[in-house]
Ligand binder design. Structure first.
Ligand code: ARG
Length: 470
């Protein structure tokens, strides 16, 4: 009598089939098992099995009554899991065997018919895709909430100005909303990317069986439709060995993390005493165990730090895949933990950033106003002023550079320079140069498409609000 792991006597070591005489080394039982982490796939495994069982009946492979018993048994397992009583141990090896074994315990020999015309290879691929599709849909909701949070903040700060930087050197002042809207754009691309990945996740490998298909008269399109897949894999070998969809997801998640990490880095800088552009509220900041004056930006630091794990999972899976001959190899069991962790990490970081933006930080308008009014970020506008009066740009650039140098030596700003001196630099300067020097004017003037001019920013805000509406 075969003692297949799905059909074993409790308390006894399983044997695969009558082909096996010995039993696995106890350490290897644990080494081989994935149940510790693939229990995560329980709901999807049940969904896949329900669809497969019903399809077998529809194709006349088993009777409708048998399918009914199988489906009832699977739904009983779902209830047991909800009640916390279905807790398969390491001896069941993986979630597929655990479910099959429990099914046979519950419904008897008819349960042994469920695995007809499929293999764990197409089964695990189906489960993983169903699971990831569900998580992608949740992530999309979270990304939208994150974008909406950025948008609310941007809306409050169209008229707040912040120094803009290149090379982390003061460059030109910006509307703070424009700065935040840059992150909204990244989020928009993240959503698009996720939607594209979802299309490739949403393809059914079920019915590819072990690698070559099956002589059982199954209907792959029926299970695919029942499970909401948009298509089926055309090639059975590709179906059971492809993990491109998981790699693509990890790449998309890595980029989401890059975006969260960059904003985190800015918040960390802004919260420093050197910048002091934001203050941290007590909702998200922690103290030091030693230094009583400290308030630390732990949340953005953790987001920045966790980014590395997601990159690591991407690298790990690429490495798992690169040397695999067709078709299924047990290496593929290594696809799960990194993927699960990447989903959890990305989700947690989005959630944490939403909280940080909503209640963890306050922009400091006085300090920001002071910052934008105390540098040479208006120098380009002076050059543009001359250009508008017929001076070639390169010449204007040189003249203004000379004036900036002199101001720096004297410790004054451009707005402190008297009109007579401006006119010594170039006779085209008139009284209105002082308006041009105002940071508000510097920002307002940048009306080119995609620029920080307040009018453009308000337009962009409205467009983004539509794109992120529920
Ligand atoms: N636990 C396995 C995995 O996660 C399921 C597929 C096993 N297939 C096999 N032929 N050993 O990949």
């Amino acid at each position: 009598m075969a003692t297949h792991p799905a059909n074993r006597i409790p308390g006894k070591q399983p044997r695969w089939s009558q082909r096996f005489e010995g039993v696995l080394h106890p350490f290897i039982v644990r080494f081989n098992a994935s149940i510790r982490f693939d229990f995560t796939l329980l709901q999807e495994d049940l969904d896949g099995s329900v669809a497969h069982g019903r399809m077998l009946a529809a194709c006349g492979v088993i009777t409708a009554a048998e399918a009914g018993q199988i489906v009832d048994g699977l739904e009983t397992i779902r209830r047991e899991a909800a009640a916390g009583t279905f807790r398969p141990g390491v001896d069941t090896e993986d979630i597929h065997f655990a479910v099959e074994r429990r099914l046979i315990e519950l419904v008897g020999d008819v349960g042994k018919k469920l695995h007809t015309g499929r293999s764990r290879n197409d089964q695990v691929g189906t489960d993983l895709r169903l699971w990831l599709r569900g998580r992608i849909d949740e992530l999309e909701i979270l990304l939208r909430r994150y974008g909406q949070t950025l948008l609310r903040l941007a809306e409050d700060h169209v008229d707040t100005m912040i120094p803009g930087y290149t090379h982390l050197q003061r460059a030109q002042p910006l509307s703070l909303a424009h700065h935040l809207l840059a992150y909204v754009e990244m989020t928009q691309r993240d959503r698009q990317r996720l939607a594209q990945v979802r299309q490739r996740v949403n393809v059914s490998p079920l019915g590819a069986a072990a690698l070559a298909g099956t002589p059982v008269p199954i209907d792959r399109r029926r299970t695919a439709a029942a499970l909401g897949f948009a298509d089926i894999y055309r090639n059975s070998l590709d179906a059971v060995s492809d993990r491109d969809f998981a790699v693509e997801f990890l790449a998309a998640a890595s980029l989401m993390m890059v975006h969260l990490s960059r904003l985190s880095e800015e918040v960390i800088l802004w919260a420093s005493q050197e910048f002091a552009f934001v203050s941290l509220t007590d909702r998200c900041a922690t103290g030091s165990s030693l230094m009583p004056q400290k308030k630390n930006p732990d949340v953005p630091e953790l987001v920045r730090g966790k980014t590395g794990r997601v990159f690591g999972h991407l690298q790990a899976l690429l490495t798992v895949m690169k040397g695999l001959p067709l078709a299924y190899n047990k290496d593929l069991q290594e696809d799960k933990e990194g993927l699960f962790d990447a989903v959890q990490t990305t989700r947690d970081c989005l959630e944490a950033m939403i909280i940080l933006l909503e209640e963890g930080l306050r922009f400091q308008p006085r300090r920001l106003a002071e910052a934008v009014g105390s540098d040479f970020a208006n120098a380009t506008d002076v050059a543009d002023y001359l250009v508008a009066r017929g001076v070639p740009f390169r010449e204007a650039y040189g003249l203004v550079g000379g004036l900036v140098k002199a101001c720096l030596q004297e410790g004054v700003l451009l707005q402190d320079v008297p009109l007579e001196r401006w006119q010594q630099v170039h006779p085209a300067f008139a009284e209105d140069i002082f308006t041009v020097l105002q940071p508000r004017q510097v920002v307002a003037a940048r009306l080119s498409e995609g620029g920080t001019g307040f009018v453009r920013v308000r337009e962009a805000l409205e467009q983004a609000k539509t794109a992120f509406a529920d």
